[in-house]
Design a protein around this ligand. Structure first.
Ligand SMILES: Nc1ncnc2c1ncn2[C@@H]1O[C@H](COP(=O)(O)OP(=O)(O)O)[C@@H](O)[C@H]1O
Ligand SMILES: [Mg+2]
Length: 296
């Protein structure tokens, strides 16, 4: 399999290169969104690709859109990506792209948390809250919360960290009506996905959704959903309260980078192939556990 770090689609106008995806305009109302094999760690895009990553993320997102159908409309058009590019560009999109409705992004990262980890654990230790939500005293790291909570973040400019905000701030940013919708959708999607994943031995600690508005102002689910890049997936059989959990994601790369003399600014050091391969295996293991199959 050939890895793709940067796509080069000449037949369509480039709209945006993100940390992982390259998006091209298809007409004026659709986007071809291609998941590359890029990986970012500590908000820096690394120079080395993770084998199969773009295809794994695409297969997993596709699976979840079907699994969670009925909660909120999503951005998929059903158009086959291989039909919107030139014949010699088909290899760049096969198995790793979607043709989506082009939406106006709502600039809130919609995070649902069922457990206390990451920035949530950090804020809880300092204030007993997560995004302003008061939690019971005495909770431990990685502990399951009494109820999943909505912990939004304001989407930052490239290269900056997203900033956790309160629900009241979201209401001010996007208006009460949209704020309530994205909160309710986020929690409903998370609960259904977490219940399903639990039957496959995976705990979804937390996850992030993105929504956009279509031309009628309808809220639509977009981007990737419930992948190791947008979520914390924990193997249920290793779960213990009071520790930092191992996860199905960039842990190998992050751990290796932590051993390097690196200031966490681009360019990142060259990553050894075995670290890249191990990371790929972890991503694919999550895909296989959840969907029953891997990628070619
Ligand atoms: N249907 C859509 N319409 C408009 N923008 C979208 C849509 N789906 C996803 N996006 C945006 O496309 C980008 C996907 O590329 P990605 O590499 O994830 O970028 P980022 O580095 O911003 O996370 C994201 O910025 C996401 O908000
Ligand atoms: Mg993204």
């Amino acid at each position: 399999m050939t890895e793709i770090v940067t796509t080069n689609i000449k037949s369509l106008p480039l709209v945006y290169r993100g940390k992982v995806r390259d998006s091209y305009a298809v007409g004026d109302d659709k986007l071809l969104i291609i998941a590359t094999d890029r990986i970012s760690a500590f908000d820096v895009i690394l120079g080395d690709p993770i084998p199969k990553k773009g295809k794994i993320l695409t297969a997993l997102t596709d699976f979840w859109f079907k699994q969670l159908d009925g909660i909120v409309p999503n951005h998929l058009t059903g158009i086959d990506p291989t039909t919107v590019v030139a014949p010699d560009e088909v290899d760049q999109v096969k198995g790793r792209a979607v043709v989506a409705k082009r939406l106006k992004p709502i600039l809130v990262e919609c995070v649902a948390r069922g457990y206390l980890a990451g920035s949530g654990w950090k804020e809880y230790q300092e204030n007993g809250t997560v995004c302003g939500i008061k939690l019971p005293a005495g909770l431990k790291q990685s502990q399951k919360l009494p109820e999943p909570i909505f912990t939004p973040a304001a989407k930052a400019e490239a290269g900056h960290h997203d900033e956790n905000v309160t629900f009241e701030q979201v209401c001010k940013l996007v208006g009460d009506d949209i704020a309530h919708k994205i909160r309710d959708y986020t929690l409903a999607l998370y609960k259904k996905a977490a219940d399903y994943a639990a039957t496959k031995g995976i705990i979804i600690s937390d996850t992030k959704f993105e929504f956009g508005l279509d031309e009628n102002g309808t809220v639509i689910l977009m981007d990737e959903i419930l992948t190791p890049d947008s979520s914390r997936f924990w193997p249920a059989d290793q779960y213990k309260v009071g520790q930092s959990e191992p996860s199905f994601d960039k842990q190998f790369v992050r751990d290796w980078l932590e051993t390097q003399p690196w200031n966490k600014k681009a360019p990142a050091p060259k990553i050894p192939q075995d670290v890249l391969d191990k990371t790929s295996e972890k991503y694919e293991e999550a895909l296989i556990r959840l969907t029953g199959k891997g990628v070619e």
